[in-house]
Design a protein around this ligand. Structure first.
Ligand SMILES: Cc1cc2nc3c(=O)[nH]c(=O)nc-3n(C[C@H](O)[C@H](O)[C@H](O)COP(=O)(O)O)c2cc1C
Ligand code: SF4
Length: 430
């Protein structure tokens, strides 16, 4: 099922004329026949959930936006995408920049916003150019700027390059950065819906979330809700990587069995010949790792599905999360300790340093993992890692702390033997 990537392989689809010939910007024409609140209602009905990682209801988030403050309101598109293993937004923007612009126009109309920003990872310089070109084209054809298609609705979209800090993907750090300040997450409440950019009501949404809105406007919330299973409606972009035959970005209808996604030739194409599945990180580096037997089947023996609910089945003991859709497959040759150390290095490097459990804890985790991986570990180090992770989780200003702790706690929960083996090998060499 292709809702987002439909037409993505058409030559020249990143150009206005080709995009328009394939039905592009039709939702902007349709929106002008609708009341803004009808679009909010359609998005609510669709069951669309934020694709940036947390999976919060988009319609609900939109209805929290303070419409009575009298201040300007802003829509900010989060295109920072720094999560290791996640590369769906850049893939999407490279191919379909106009679809994102269209999503921003209809979403801004729904929210009563006249100024929107795309905060995009600065390294993606060619995408920044593509987005700016798409904005200029949409403007020259009357779909953007003052009095869109002769209506009373006006919108300006600005592209803002970030400087490549992972923490600037966290929405409040992103807003600080957009204001020209250091990317420090804010203490919440207040939430952006009340006091966001420049202290004004703001909605922050992921690229993929906003890109789904034109389809919902054209086909209705019910049609979107009919795709998927339960509270996991619609389609999801999954960036698949690791030890698989066909890495890439796939659009799936939510509810696809994990097993099918890994082994079917339509998706990952299975593992390399002779290799077996060892572990799965289903939603980017921040989510708990699962061993092979829990990756495709829940602890209750049910097939594991690509939905928010099924992946979390078993909670933190035996489940994980869909997160940002960064799907990392590890085969029997992969070293879990090395992989965990690698993530710990990343989180230590990227901590903004505002809160001590995260600032100090991530450094400590990295140090202990480094010595285990390099043959200097002690038996007590394994429980020490668990203790440090516990002292970070839930005790920080933003969810980065949890993101740093979960991969380590889950790696030890499911692969303790491998950590013990590293430590005992180290002793053998003394
Ligand atoms: C450390 C950290 C990094 C994040 N990075 C991103 C990111 O790169 N892109 C993104 O859309 N959301 C990211 N998020 C989630 C955002 O804070 C926010 O929830 C999201 O942009 C909201 O959009 P959505 O409701 O459409 O998902 C991050 C969160 C944390 C805690
Ligand atoms: S949890 Fe880490 S990244 Fe988030 S505010 Fe605290 S120190 Fe910064």
């Amino acid at each position: 099922m292709q809702i987002l990537l439909e037409n993505s392989s058409v030559a020249g689809i990143d150009q206005f004329d080709v995009y328009r010939q394939h039905g592009g910007y039709a939702s902007v024409e349709k929106m002008l026949t609708m009341a803004p609140n009808d679009i909010v209602e359609a998005v609510k009905k669709s069951g669309l959930r934020g694709r940036g990682g947390a999976g919060f209801s988009t319609g609900m988030k939109w209805s929290f936006l303070d419409q009575k403050s009298g201040k300007p309101k802003y829509l900010v598109c989060n295109a920072d995408e720094g999560e290791p293993g996640t590369f769906k937004d850049r893939y999407f923007m490279e191919r379909l920049p106009h679809r994102l612009i269209e999503g921003l126009i209809v979403s801004s109309y729904a929210l009563g916003v006249n100024t929107a920003y795309i905060y995009v990872r600065g390294e993606l310089s060619w995408i920044i150019t593509q987005l700016e070109d798409a904005i200029a084209e949409a403007k020259s054809h009357g779909f953007l700027g003052s009095k869109i298609l002769g209506s009373e609705f006006s919108l300006e979209i600005y592209v803002h390059p970030g400087a490549g800090a992972y923490i600037c993907g966290e929405e409040s750090a992103l807003l600080e950065s957009l204001e020209g300040k250091r990317g420090y997450p804010r203490i919440k409440p207040p939430f952006p819906a009340i006091a966001g950019l420049y202290g004004c009501p703001t909605v922050v949404n992921n690229v993929e979330t906003l890109a789904a809105v034109p389809w919902i406007v054209m086909h209705g919330g019910e049609a979107y809700a009919a795709i998927g299973i339960g509270k996991s409606t619609g389609t999801k972009l999954i960036s698949a990587c690791g030890n698989i035959r066909k890495p890439g970005v796939y659009e799936i209808a939510l509810g696809l069995p994990v097993e099918e996604f890994i082994y079917s030739d339509s998706y990952c194409g299975g593992l390399l010949e002779g290799r077996t599945l060892k572990a799965l990180i289903a939603g980017g580096s921040s989510v708990p790792i699962l061993p092979a037997h829990l990756a495709t089947t829940t602890a209750a023996g049910e097939p594991r599905l690509m939905t928010y609910e099924s992946l979390f089945e078993g909670g933190f003991e035996s489940g994980t999360m869909l997160g940002s859709g960064g799907f990392i497959v590890l085969d029997d040759k992969a070293c879990i300790v090395r992989n965990t150390w690698n993530f710990a290095r990343f989180y230590h490097h990227e901590s903004c340093g505002q809160c001590s459990p995260c600032r100090e804890g991530t450094g400590w985790l990295e140090k202990v993992l480094e010595r285990i991986e390099h043959g200097h570990g002690r038996t007590e180090d394994i429980d020490l890692l668990v203790e440090i992770a516990k002292k970070i989780e839930g005790k920080t200003i933003c969810a980065f702390g949890d993101a740093a702790a979960w991969p380590i706690a889950s790696a030890i929960r499911h692969f303790r033997d491998e950590f013990i083996e590293h430590v005992s090998l180290a002793k053998d060499h003394v």
